[in-house]
Structure formats: structure tokens, C-alpha cells
Design a binder for this molecule. Structure first.
Ligand SMILES: NC(=O)c1ccc[n+]([C@@H]2O[C@H](COP(=O)([O-])OP(=O)(O)OC[C@H]3O[C@@H](n4cnc5c(N)ncnc54)[C@H](O)[C@@H]3O)[C@@H](O)[C@H]2O)c1
Ligand SMILES: [Zn+2]
Length: 362
């Protein structure tokens, strides 16, 4: 069992049965509310259920899986279930699931009766190394991702890598893109380890998870409200988000991490052009990502659509496109403004790499 102790809570990584019962026995909650979706109820709850104390009333709240349910109407369902269960301000909400459950469950907890305690039990790699840390909670609204929400830390985060055993390989690799990103922006040693290892073995490995969330934690602690260095976490996401949103309207939607992998290739190229990322590092990043992810070339006639999406992104005031780039593996440069032409060139570079190095996704 390893623990990261933060200002007001701890993140435990390891066997959850060694930490959750102790956490619960040290506090006297009036009831336990367990939020899950149908997948985490089937695959993850069996590991959690035996750890819950018999003497405390409990209520399961199950919602449908998927980002499309990260809405105010699902929040209503959750709040209604909490009220119906007679939950008072001494109730505890356990969020058992991926980033959708964690973000939305946390948001429901901090708004229910002006705030009840909640803990995050992330069950996807993406949520274990990324979404469960940093205090961002919220839901999608008005067609805009995460447009309603708050910053608030949980009482604890329990990360058990065993939950990942039931995750599909595609979902696991999607989360692994954030592991790669953390290494590229802040930990060159970890980037070396990643390149020399087998992604399938590394992705579910406790040490990998610890190192990756350690990087994210250091960054968010230095800049909790994203005024400066926390923006480094957006590496790969300016291009990635635009392509992800576009892909959701095609018959081949990309997972978040797949879009970020693509975005990291394009933004590594921008880094090579604008912040002096060496040619060799650009080559290493492109090769590694295209061997690990099955990515297709992007249609050139959609480039203007991608650029428009980037200009409308809430992070990019006044139509200017702001990227977080690299000057070297492990060294990020925030607030880099890039032109439309730069973006076009980086998308063409990505397409050329796919032709040269990539494998087609069928
Ligand atoms: N708060 C933050 O800082 C932050 C950071 C990154 C992402 N996010 C948010 O996280 C969300 C994406 O998270 P995600 O990728 O975990 O998505 P998700 O919660 O939708 O989970 C992905 C899928 O995996 C299933 N699943 C979860 N755990 C499983 C397990 N152990 N075994 C089998 N199936 C399992 C889920 O039911 C779902 O179908 C997005 O809404 C994003 O906005 C938040
Ligand atoms: Zn991301």
C-alpha cells in the first residue's frame, strides 16, 4: 500500500480492503450511498461490497454508463435517490466508476444539502491517474463538456489497480495516453521507462499509476485553479479535443485518450516548430504513439472544422489558439499561441506519419 498525503486528504494506491474499512471505522457516517453505472456495478462492486460495514444503512444508486449521461437530468436522479434514501448531511457518497461517475458524483455530493462527504474510487486508468485528482467536478451542459462544475477535493481517493482487470484494452490504452502525457510534460525518466516497456503491462502496473498520479498531483498542488503551470496538462488536448468532438459525429468515434494521442503527435510537431523540441524527440513521440494506438489519417477537408473548434474552445480567448507545448521531453511551455497555418502543418505532419508508420484501425 502506498499513500500520497495531501493537504486535506490522502490518495491510497493498492489493495482497497486494507484502507477503506479503516477509513470508515474512523468516521461515523449516518449512511453510505454508493454511486455506480451498470458496468461498475457488475465488475467492481463485488470487490467493494464485502468491505462495507453491516451496521450502517446503505443505498445503491445506479445510473446508465457513458458520457451522454453526465447531465443535469442524471444529477436529478442522483439527488432524488439521496433524498429518497433519507440521506442527511452526515451521509457519505462513494463514487465507484470512471471519470463520469467521479465528476458527476462529486458534483452531486457537494451540492446536496450544501455538501456531504464523498470519496473517489476510480475504476478506469483514466480516472485513476487523471480525473480523480485535482478537485474538478462537474457535468456537461448546453452541449459543452464540463461547463457546469466546481473545484472541491474529496475526503479520500482509493485506487486499486485490480479494478482495471475488467476494463477493455481500448479503455485501458485510452487512459494510458494520460500516463504518457504526464511523463512528456514533467518526467523524462518516466518517458524513457514507458518507451522501453510493454504498454499492456505498464498500463495496469501499480508503480506506473503511482508515478503518473504523482506528477499530476505535484502540478495541481502548485497551481490548483489553473492560472499557470497546471495548463501544461493540456498538452495534446487542444488538437485532441477538437478531433475528439468531430469524431463523435462520425461512425468511428475516438476515445478521449486516442484523440489525445493524436493531439500529442500534432502538438509535438508544433513544439518542434515553435519551442525547439528536438527532431529526435519528435520522431520518438510520433513513432511510439503510432505503434501503441491505431489511428487513421484525418480528412484534409475537415481541417477548417478542427481549427474552428479550437478557436471556439473556452480556453482560447478571442479566437487565438493557445497550446501547451514541449521544449524537451519532461519540459512543458504553457501559453503558446499558434496560427491556423501552424495547425494545418501539424495535422499534415500527423497524416504523413500515419502513412509512414501507422496501422489502420478497422
Ligand atoms: N475531473 C478531472 O480532472 C477530469 C480529468 C479527465 C477526465 N475527466 C472526465 O472523465 C470522464 C472520462 O472518464 P472515463 O474514461 O473513466 O469514462 P467513463 O466513466 O465513461 O468510463 C468508461 C467506460 O468504462 C466502464 N468502466 C469503468 N470502470 C470499469 C471497470 N473497472 N471494468 C469495466 N468497465 C468499466 C464505464 O462503465 C464506461 O462504460 C469524462 O467525462 C471527462 O470529462 C475529468
Ligand atoms: Zn485528457
Amino acid at each position: 500500500m502506498q499513500q500520497l498525503i495531501l493537504e486535506d486528504y490522502a490518495i491510497s494506491v493498492g489493495d482497497i480492503s486494507r484502507v477503506l474499512p479503516l477509513f470508515l471505522s474512523e468516521r461515523s457516517y449516518s449512511s453510505l450511498l454508493i454511486l455506480m453505472d451498470e458496468n461498475t456495478r457488475r465488475d467492481c462492486f463485488p470487490l467493494l461490497e464485502p468491505l462495507l460495514p453491516d451496521g450502517t444503512p446503505r443505498q445503491i444508486i445506479e445510473i446508465p454508463a457513458g458520457e451522454t449521461h453526465k447531465t443535469v437530468s442524471t444529477c436529478e436522479t442522483i439527488w432524488a435517490a439521496m433524498l429518497h434514501a433519507g440521506a442527511d448531511r452526515k451521509a457519505l457518497l462513494l463514487n465507484l466508476g470512471g471519470g463520469v461517475i467521479g465528476d458527476m458524483g462529486g458534483f452531486c455530493a457537494v451540492t446536496f444539502k450544501r455538501g456531504i462527504d464523498f470519496v473517489q474510487i476510480p475504476t478506469t486508468l483514466l480516472s485513476q491517474v487523471d480525473a480523480s485528482i485535482g478537485g474538478k467536478l462537474g457535468i456537461d451542459f448546453g452541449g459543452v463538456k464540463n461547463s457546469i462544475g466546481v473545484f472541491r477535493n474529496p475526503q479520500a481517493v482509493f485506487i486499486d489497480p485490480r479494478f482495471l482487470q475488467t476494463l477493455s484494452k481500448r479503455e485501458l490504452y485510452s487512459g494510458f495516453a494520460e500516463v504518457i502525457k504526464h511523463a512528456l510534460i514533467a518526467d523524462p525518466g518516466h518517458w524513457e521507462t514507458i518507451q522501453s516497456g510493454d504498454p499492456a503491462a505498464l498500463a495496469g502496473d501499480t508503480q506506473t499509476i503511482l508515478r503518473s498520479l504523482g506528477i499530476k498531483q505535484t502540478i495541481v498542488q502548485a497551481d490548483p485553479f489553473e492560472k499557470g503551470i497546471r495548463k501544461a496538462l493540456n498538452f495534446g488536448h487542444t488538437v485532441g479535443h477538437a478531433v475528439e468532438a468531430w469524431s463523435l459525429q462520425t461512425d468511428r468515434p475516438l476515445l478521449h485518450g486516442e484523440a489525445v494521442a493524436l493531439g500529442m503527435i500534432a502538438e509535438a510537431h508544433l513544439s518542434n516548430q515553435l519551442t525547439r523540441l528536438p527532431d529526435r524527440a519528435l520522431g520518438d513521440i510520433s513513432r511510439y504513439l503510432l505503434h501503441t494506438y491505431q489511428l487513421n489519417a484525418l480528412p484534409e477537408d475537415c481541417f477548417p472544422d478542427f481549427i474552428e473548434r479550437m478557436q471556439n474552445d473556452k480556453k482560447n480567448a478571442g479566437g487565438r489558439i493557445n497550446c501547451s507545448l514541449l521544449e524537451a521531453p519532461g519540459g512543458a511551455r504553457i501559453d503558446q499561441y499558434v496560427s491556423e497555418e501552424d495547425i494545418q502543418r501539424s495535422l499534415r505532419y500527423f497524416n504523413a506519419c500515419v502513412l509512414r508508420l501507422g496501422t489502420r484501425r478497422e
